[in-house]
Design a protein around this ligand. Structure first.
Ligand code: ADP
Length: 484
């Protein structure tokens, strides 16, 4: 029996832990059993303005520190996160649902991002260019752009915070964080750990509550020079439109429709292992997660048999119970979308090989659980091949023409991640170059690491997170022409 004491967390504004001006709160529900995990303030315009002001005031001193000084805080933050890894992971599982083993991995990755940017801070540099006249000197310098607003989603409540915030702080920006309303408690815990590093007042601020009101306040305030957002393509498009008024810089990590292509010469066992590992991570709720699997017809029977066997063995349950491999979907609307896409596919001729329904047996009935599912006989007229599933469903499409399949998977408005398996070096390069996606993994699926540029093209977004590319997002370039 799980025991959990509901917790009230406050916002962090100008170094103070505060409630909303109205005293209203947002309740955080455990998606696995419907119980209350805690609550956070329901803030709006006023509190957001205070947070932006605090960040604005803190900017000159913070950006004036040496890069090594700023980096030291981030390395300490990583240490604090690692020291609190168990309790942070437990909280993450309670509010988000993922298995504790995955929550621990996420917390470790969150610490890695902070440590990496703590080191990278020192490597932001400029350039000296040759002048066009004998007495001209040209310098290019990089400067932090000011106050950055960071809006994070619920699927990775820890790494999405540190991946954005560590890059921004390392660059010399000050920040206002607005986490998703489903998972604000992990964000509040991370801010408490950041406070322990002795970070100067107002450098990082946390606001929680009404997303559209907070979003509007951030957009309207000219002191906010950048918005870094991860979430739906729909909200991303609203932010693009609204940011035009003040020409604010944007980084957007939006939806995806990642293909996994298994070519005729692929190692089927490796491809199946990767498909299961990626597709069912975080209950399929990953923007760069595989959406649809395309298998060459010669391998189809072997692939399906192995896939169904593995998927049928996945243990669904409460994330805090040892051995759980798949937790709940985040909420009812998530379940509805999955159900709708599976029904549409079945009506158009797809076959359910395993799963294909919500789980309502015993204690699972209190949560939002969906059975790990494999669909065969899937075709391009089914919505499931065009829309992001965001759930534990693996649709499999069979193909024969290897050039045609690359064209077909490119025919989507999205362009975040793509995966394929082949042993042919020539195909590895030509297909990788031909896929219209921001990230391509060959013979594997691992993409999110601190040093690499994570991000998409087309309607999957703009800008990158991770690596030196992620830091560029928080820097302005200034060109100095000096005449002697
Ligand atoms: P998801 O499908 O991941 O829930 P959303 O785009 O709805 O994606 O949410 C991602 C993040 O954006 C969350 O922190 C959410 O609170 C925030 N958000 C939602 N609507 C808005 C908005 N209109 N303006 C700013 N932020 C928003």
């Amino acid at each position: 029996m799980q025991t959990w004491t509901a917790t009230h967390q406050r916002m962090w504004i100008g170094g103070q832990w505060v409630d909303s001006v109205t005293g209203e709160t947002v309740t955080v529900i455990n998606p696995a059993n419907g119980e209350v995990v805690g609550d956070v303030p329901k803030a709006g315009r006023k509190e957001t303005a205070q947070a932006v002001d605090a960040a604005h005031q803190a900017f000159p001193a913070w950006s004036g520190l040496t890069a090594a000084e700023r980096g030291a805080y981030l390395k300490k933050w990583a240490e604090e996160i690692r020291r609190n890894r168990e309790s942070l992971a437990r909280l993450l599982t309670m509010e988000q649902g993922k298995p504790l083993s995955e929550a621990l991995e996420e917390v470790d990755a969150a610490a890695d991002f902070s440590e990496w940017y703590g080191e990278e801070a020192k490597r932001v540099a400029g350039e000296a260019l040759p002048g066009s006249k004998r007495d001209q000197r040209i310098l290019v310098i990089r400067q932090p752009l000011g106050v950055a607003a960071l809006i994070t989603p619920w699927n990775y409540p820890a790494t999405m915070v540190t991946r954005k915030m560590a890059a921004a702080l390392a660059a010399g920006c000050t920040v206002v964080l607005k986490p998703a309303s489903q998972t604000p408690l992990t964000a509040a815990f991370l801010m408490q750990l950041l406070e322990k590093t002795g970070l100067p007042t107002g450098v990082a601020n946390l606001v929680t509550g009404n997303a559209s009101e907070i979003g509007q306040a951030l957009l309207d305030d000219p002191k906010v020079r950048k918005i870094s957002f991860t979430g739906s393509t729909e909200v991303g498009k609203q932010l693009i439109e609204a940011s035009a008024r003040q020409v604010k810089r944007l980084s957007l990590e939006l939806g995806g429709n990642a293909p996994l292509i298994v070519f005729s010469d692929a190692d089927v066992d490796r491809a199946v292992a990767a498909a299961v590992g990626n597709k069912f991570e975080n209950c399929g709720q990953m923007c760069n997660g595989i959406n649809v699997i395309y298998v060459h017809e010669h391998l189809l029977d072997d692939f399906l048999q192995k896939l169904v066997e593995r998927v049928g063995q996945l243990r669904v349950g409460f994330g805090w119970e040892p051995g759980t491999e798949i937790g709940p979907v985040i909420d009812e609307s998530g379940i509805r979308k999955i159900d709708e896409l599976v029904r549409d596919a079945v009506e158009k001729g797809a076959e359910i090989l395993t799963g294909g329904r919500r789980l309502l047996e015993g204690p699972l009935a209190r949560g939002t659980f969906y059975a790990p599912t494999v669909l065969a006989g899937v075709s391009f007229d089914m919505r499931i091949t065009q829309e992001e599933i965001f759930g534990p469903v693996a649709p499999v499409v069979s193909f024969s023409d290897e050039e045609e399949i690359v064209k077909r998977v490119n025919d989507t408005p999205y362009g975040l991640a793509a995966y394929f398996f082949t042993k042919d070096i020539r195909r590895a390069f030509t297909v990788a170059e031909g896929l219209e996606f921001g990230m391509v993994a060959v013979n594997g699926t691992s993409l999110s690491v601190p040093q690499a540029p994570f991000g998409g093209i087309k309607e999957s977004g703009q800008g990158r997170e991770g690596g030196r590319y992620g830091m560029e997002e928080f820097l302005n370039i200034k060109y100095l022409s000096i005449n002697l």
